[in-house]
Design a protein. Structure first.
Length: 347
């Protein structure tokens, strides 16, 4: 066993407190990573809330992080101590099912092992996340972090980034495409940047007009106020792809109206039940889809693309001692556009 320090959810108070944690001893294909930066994802907030008042396994959130390799197992070939690495929200998968063989380990039929709150495939223990100074991971689920990328601003690429990257790539977005992004949080702001960098004409759909300047700064050429019927009518049947990253429950109909003939509305923010009129799909043969996380190949591809395009998240870095403040502010959307924890205060 290895010992480290991290931030664990306290089920009575619903806050995180600093505590000692154990990591497994390195298996032959494991690497130990000193966690330098970890993004604060909406799922972390949901996990802490769901954990409050429950007598469950220990919860340490954190599943988009960058760090430095400190030690490698005997069979590790791809990494050496000192290497900069990045890890996302899955840390293992069966490797043999049709999803895994298609390079979509994130959809593994035997369920991918989540970075926290997952079940280790070998010893059955519950995985603890990267709001901690050290993480131990199979080398196949760690990615070389390109030197061109700032390690703090790159951390959110590993969950928020790849979640919007996969649908953009799968739907063939590139020059000539029209894309709209609804919601400008962690996912949405990266969706605008990535879509624009892929060469698509990109717009933002927002409930309020006050995000227009922000949208343009991220690379959007168009801006649509979703609560203005005339504005929505003006972009009716316009976009090949609409990425809906709004995390609160909402009616997808206004967004569906903006989807072009044979285009796709991708639900990424709110993953609960949705009510859709079939007629809103019928007229224009529109498609409804979703996505989440990423396979190993596309995660590595995203990091290469971001290095080429000097593209990272817009972040606010906080010392990890302010993790509870970060979660509170995220809960009221007081963030532009992603909090990233600096874990060096855990030494
Ligand atoms: Zn996440
Ligand atoms: Zn699998």
């Amino acid at each position: 066993m290895r010992v480290t320090t991290g931030w664990q959810a306290d089920p009575t108070t619903g806050t995180l407190r600093r505590t000692g944690l154990r990591r497994r001893a390195l298996r032959p294909d494991d690497i130990a990573v000193r966690v330098d930066y970890c993004g604060v994802c909406h799922s972390d907030l949901h996990a802490v809330r769901a954990h409050t008042g429950e007598a469950g396994d220990a919860l340490v959130p954190g599943h988009e992080f960058t760090g430095t390799v400190t030690e490698v197992g005997g069979a590790v070939a791809g990494f050496a101590p000192g290497d900069a690495v990045a890890v996302g929200n899955i840390v293992d998968a069966c490797g043999t099912c049709p999803m895994c063989t298609a390079g979509q380990e994130n959809f593994c039929r035997a369920f991918p092992t989540l970075t926290y709150g997952g079940k280790d495939r070998q010893d059955g223990t519950t995985t603890l996340g990267a709001y901690a100074r050290e993480y131990v991971v199979r080398e196949t689920f760690a990615y070389a972090l390109p030197a061109a990328l700032d390690p703090a601003a790159a951390a959110p690429l590993l969950c928020a980034g790849v979640t919007v990257w996969e649908p953009l790539r799968a739907l063939g977005v590139g020059p000539g495409s029209t894309v709209a992004v609804a919601g400008l949080g962690g996912l949405g702001h990266l969706a605008v940047k990535l879509s624009a960098a892929l060469g698509a004409r990109t717009s933002v759909i927002s409930r309020t007009p006050d995000k227009a300047a922000e949208a343009r700064a991220l690379g959007a050429e168009g801006f649509v106020v979703s609560t203005d019927p005339d504005a929505v009518e003006g972009v009716r049947d316009r976009f090949d792809v609409v990425l809906d990253t709004v995390s609160a429950p909402h009616d997808p109909a206004p967004y569906l109206r903006t989807v072009a003939l044979d285009g796709t509305l991708v639900l990424l923010g709110h993953l609960g039940q949705v009510d859709v009129q079939a007629m809103d799909l019928l007229i224009g043969r529109k498609k409804l889809s979703s996505a989440g996380s990423g396979g190993r190949a596309s995660t590595a591809e995203l990091l290469r693309f971001c290095a080429e395009h000097a593209l990272t998240a817009d972040i606010e870095v906080l010392p990890s001692s302010q993790v509870n403040t970060a979660l509170e502010r995220l809960a009221r959307n007081d963030v532009r556009h992603r909090f990233v924890l600096d874990l060096s205060d855990l030494d």
